[in-house]
Design a protein around this ligand. Structure first.
Ligand code: ADP
Ligand code: MG
Length: 444
């Protein structure tokens, strides 16, 4: 395996295991710059992406690389100012982008052209197209909702990409509810009026505001207040607002009424799980972009095997291709079925936050009250950090919500706790065992 292939295989695995829809944002345009003497240097297009991945995923990246190389590596994360893209035999997953698009948080892979339409999503798609053609005039605000992995982020970013491509001059801003929250809190924490003013200007002076997973601001008073004013400022100026969420506005718990009533005042469209034909079309599209020839029967087998979620469908497809290539097998429906069987068993895990907290508490004999409480003795701090780590890795919850679950802690505290455990997992056998036992009990 050369470095490009190694990195490609690593990314394919990481995509399956990392939570959240932002995988492509953080790992897009990355590559292995150097790989010598068990030192692997990974290049990122921006320091922001580098820091983020280093803080959150060092351990996960290392684990995959170690296994694929059969070595104990040390990783260096650096910023690569002259990104050279690796070859991409598995489709347009990690394609590079123009500066303008990247600058506003968009990934170029999410376009209307590669969005497959079916009964499950045709209303949402039509609305998105209309919005891209007439921002601020067709429908405003627009609200898309669906379960995970059904194309909300793709469609939202397709709007942004299309507007940037065709209507030069209009400014587009994409961000998640989570980063809106975090940026706001950071700007408030900085205590400088200039920083808060900058935040406001950024969000209130864009022509098109795309906020992904808006449900994340629910339950947070300051963020909702700020978003309310952002919304009004943009709306009055007839600027386009598009939001996505996992539920319709009225069903998002702890979302203020004044917000949900504004959200329902515009166009709402849901997206459903794709039927077999759409799943096949999506995979054929992917296969067309890949260097490997994928027989139709293999595509059918995978499409029949993965029903509920497009992200999972794509992940399984990648996994099958990589596995077959690595093992030198022939790509047949039989091999695909075998791999499908394995990865399903491994990945059918439902971990509720409640279960995670309970299991951690029982394992370390720490009361729930103490896990969530203020005490900072070693006997409590470590289990609390393990809980943060597991909540971050076994659920899709954002840092802010994990902080809430643990007695209203700040997102930076959670980030620190998660990082601490990730570090210990590398150095400390005892912790590694503990975490693996607890994980086993949760997922078992
Ligand atoms: P969500 O935001 O709803 O969780 P995403 O937009 O992240 O889902 O979609 C998950 C994956 O599935 C992405 O890689 C996306 O490109 C792909 N996908 C979703 N819907 C479609 C579609 N209709 N056609 C092609 N690919 C799709
Ligand atoms: Mg998403």
């Amino acid at each position: 395996m050369n470095n490009d292939q190694l990195w490609e295989a690593t990314l394919a695995e990481l995509e399956l295991n990392l939570s959240g829809g932002n995988f492509k944002t953080w790992f897009g345009q990355t590559s292995i710059l150097k790989n010598e003497n068990r030192l692997i240097e990974i290049g990122f297009p921006t320091s922001y992406a580098r820091d983020r991945v280093e803080q959150r995923h060092y351990h996960q990246v290392k684990k995959v690389l170690d296994r694929l190389t059969q070595k104990e590596n040390e990783l260096i994360f650096s910023v690569d100012t002259s990104p050279k893209l690796p070859e991409k035999p598995f489709g347009p997953l990690f394609e590079g982008g123009k500066e303008s698009q990247k600058g506003v948080g968009l990934s170029l892979n999410y376009t209307f052209e590669n969005f497959v339409i079916g009964n499950c999503n045709n209303l949402a798609h039509a609305v998105a197209l209309a919005v891209a053609q007439k921002p601020g005039q067709a429908y405003n605000p627009v609200f898309f909702y669906s379960g995970v992995g059904l194309g909300k982020t793709h469609l939202l970013q397709a709007i942004g990409n299309d507007i940037i491509k065709k209507r030069r001059g209009l400014s587009v801003l994409y961000c998640t509810g989570e980063s809106f929250t975090n940026e706001l809190l950071d700007s408030i924490q900085s205590g400088s009026r200039k920083t808060t003013a900058k935040f406001r200007k950024k969000f209130r002076e864009t022509d098109v505001l795309l906020i992904d997973d808006i449900q994340f601001i629910a339950g947070r008073e300051t963020t909702q207040e700020e978003f309310f004013h952002t919304f009004n400022a943009l709306f009055m100026e007839k600027k386009q607002i598009v939001l996505t969420s996992d539920k319709p506005p009225r069903e998002i718990s702890k979302l203020e009424d004044r917000l949900s009533s504004r959200f329902v005042g515009g166009m709402i469209a849901d997206m459903q799980a794709p039927d077999l034909d759409v799943r096949i079309a999506i995979l054929r599209n992917k296969a067309k972009n890949s260097k490997t020839k994928v027989p139709n029967e293999v595509i059918d087998t995978i499409a029949e095997g993965v029903e509920t979620n497009i992200r999972e469908l794509e992940g399984t497809f990648n996994q099958v291709l990589i596995y077959v290539k690595a093992q030198g097998l022939e790509l047949t429906p039989e091999t695909a079925t075998k791999i499908l069987g394995n990865s399903f068993k491994k990945r059918k895990v439902v971990a509720t936050p409640r279960k995670i907290l309970k299991t951690v508490g029982t394992y370390y004999t720490v009361k729930q009250k103490d896990l969530k409480g203020k005490r900072r003795t070693k006997e409590i701090v470590r289990p609390r950090q393990v809980a943060m780590y597991l909540l971050r890795n076994l659920t899709e919850l954002p840092l802010t919500q994990i902080g809430d679950l643990l007695g209203g802690r700040d997102h930076t505290t959670v980030m620190h706790g998660v990082g601490k455990i990730e570090k210990l997992l590398e150095e400390n056998l005892q912790i590694r065992e503990q975490v693996s036992v607890v994980k086993g009990q949760i997922c078992g």
